[in-house]
Design a protein. Structure first.
Length: 578
């Protein structure tokens, strides 16, 4: 500086980050962001630990050990930034909320120069010397015209954020920018980011397959990397149960996934679903890069530790099963099973797809690899094993291979595990597993319809065909008055409630009162269940918004199958897990 009496200590690091051709590049190479969104500080841990390196360092090290490579902090903290710099944990950081002076549906009214200065000085300024910060966020979940309940003010919000991005990206071009995290659809900035909680209080894990199409996110002509910086949810409390707080999204998740299972089972089942859902979200998103190469990162927003308040060290937090699921689903080299027929008879052939995703930390192509698989019974004994050579997988590529596994005809009924490993020579590069329910062949020959005659009302014809394929002898009829209460079982086929049946509700009540039996399969919102002994009301409110929540199976508008009477003959042999 010329004046040698002035000295200053400055931390800094070198790296380059950019967005190009729909990918986020770190030092010129594409990188997939494997994140965790709910982290201290300001997350109800003791004040004495918020800025304590003895807490921060083991916390960050643990997440790295589970495959996490990027996190978000609720507020700026130099201690956390320094630790992330030193340990190589990336950050997406900036303004978590609305811009200063604005609202969710209203841009700040102050001069644009004042807002630019606020971002430079207070929001992004503290981050510029920290190489761990790779993504700048300018706002979170602001109004957008595609979000029906937040569409007011969308044009003003987009114009404001566009002005901010134009100024700030010139001021610091060394990061990529998410202008409106969650709801911006990439209209401003370099990354198309969305928040989707499929499989929590709306839709299901299957909706993650819609990410095969980049247009689910893109709203402008520019090719952009796509990230999902919030998903999963399913918050569980200290003891593992779903947090049941009034006027929140939790009760719906609890009802759908653990229901009225015995009280002692609630923690285990809630934790298992939370972990399973995170695994589905992460692995579907990652392996879908084979179809949509622009998917660049996923960050669950869920609670991965049991204890927060009252702890004295990181060791007291105790990871939940979802944290251990990170260690599987966030493996840099990932083996991911896709198995649509997870309930089969002994003697049949399983045909799972083995997906290999190469996000290797070494950024090397995978060559000379093979899949070693085993089917394990409840005691861990292998009843089938095999090995399949796999094609080469370039770095940042996802490839899929269908595997055929013949199951012995002698297998007993029970739950089995399909376990696999990606191997190269003597090295194991990745492991993963999925569950399979195998029924003994003797069950195939068991009686199907009991002593009653099966009569099907099926306007679509699909239910009748399905029963026929299962070997069930059935006839078709729409005249309830002609049925015999002591002899007949009426099956109302899926989505087959019609005006014809609606006019026969009195006959349906009489049929049941005199001993008749009725099995009602999935119905649409037109269904009238007032005639049932325990009246059933079908949800008619439209929860599944076509843009925010595409898809509707396996349940829609918050409706799900939940076995309340496990001893009912319809559920014979089917436990809650099945």
């Amino acid at each position: 500086r010329g004046d040698t009496s002035i000295s200053e200590r400055v931390r800094f690091g070198f790296r380059s980050v950019s967005a190009d051709s729909g990918r986020i590049l770190l030092n010129g190479k594409p990188i997939f962001l494997r994140g965790n969104a709910i982290n201290p500080p300001d997350r109800n841990i003791p004040d004495s630990l918020e800025e304590n390196r003895r807490f921060v360092e083991p916390y960050v090290r643990y997440l790295k050990s589970q495959g996490v490579n990027i996190i978000r902090l609720l507020r700026h903290s130099e201690v956390w930034f320094d630790v992330c710099d030193e340990l190589g944990m990336m950050l997406f950081q900036g303004n978590y909320g609305t811009p200063k002076g604005g609202k969710t549906t209203e841009a700040p009214s102050v001069p644009l120069s004042e807002s630019v200065e606020w971002y430079r000085k207070d929001v992004l300024g503290p981050l510029v010397n920290h190489p761990s910060v790779v993504v700048y966020v300018l706002a979170n979940e602001q109004a957008d015209r595609d979000i029906h309940y937040l569409s007011n003010g969308a044009d003003g919000i987009n114009a404001f954020l566009g002005n901010m991005y134009d100024s700030l990206s010139v001021w610091d071009p060394t990061r990529v920018y998410i202008a409106n995290a969650g709801y911006g659809f990439g209209r401003v900035g370099e990354v198309c980011d969305i928040h989707r909680y499929w499989g929590w209080y709306y839709n299901s894990f299957l909706s993650f397959y819609t990410m095969r199409d980049p247009r689910v996110c893109w709203r402008k002509g520019t090719i952009q990397p796509i990230t999902m910086t919030e998903n999963t949810g399913n918050y569980t409390g200290i003891d593992g149960r779903f947090n049941l707080v009034s006027n929140t999204k939790q009760p719906d998740a609890q009802l759908n996934w653990t229901g009225h299972a015995p009280d002692a089972e609630q923690p285990r089942r809630a934790l298992a679903y939370q972990a399973w859902m995170a695994g589905q979200a992460i692995e579907i998103f990652r392996r879908t890069r084979a179809r949509n190469p622009y998917l660049a990162g996923i960050t669950p927003f869920t609670i991965v530790f049991h204890d927060w308040w009252g702890i004295s060290s990181f060791a007291d937090m105790k990871p939940k099963p979802v944290a251990r699921q990170y260690g599987v689903s966030f493996q840099p080299i990932l083996l991911s099973w896709e198995l649509w027929t997870s309930q089969v008879y002994a003697g049949t052939t399983l045909a799972p797809v083995a997906h290999v995703v190469n996000d290797s930390d070494s950024r090397q192509d995978l060559r000379g690899i093979a899949l070693a698989y085993r089917v394990l019974d409840g005691s861990g004994r292998a009843v089938v094993s095999g090995r399949v050579n796999l094609p080469n997988v370039a770095y940042y590529e996802a490839r899929s291979t269908r595997v055929e596994i013949s199951l012995p005809a002698s297998l007993a009924t029970g739950s089995y595990t399909l376990s696999g490993a990606i191997v190269r020579g003597a090295d194991t590069l990745s492991r993963n597993q999925t569950s399979v329910f195998i029924a003994a062949q003797s069950l195939r020959r068991a009686g199907r319809a009991g002593t009653r005659r099966v009569v099907v009302h099926d306007s679509a014809g699909t239910t009748f065909r399905a029963l026929t394929l299962l070997g069930v002898r059935a006839s078709r009829s729409g005249n309830v008055a002609a049925l015999s209460p002591t002899r007949d079982l009426l099956v109302i086929g899926a989505d087959s409630w019609t005006g014809e049946l609606a006019r026969q509700t009195a006959d349906l009540r009489t049929f049941i009162a005199r001993g008749g039996r009725v099995l009602v399969l999935h119905q649409n919102s037109r269904f009238d269940g007032s005639w049932l002994p325990a009246p059933v009301r079908v949800t008619t409110g439209e929860l599944d918004h076509s843009v925010v929540m595409p898809g509707n199976r396996p349940y829609r508008n918050g409706m799900a199958v939940n076995p309340e009477r496990a001893d009912h003959p319809v559920l014979a042999g089917i436990d809650r897990d099945r």
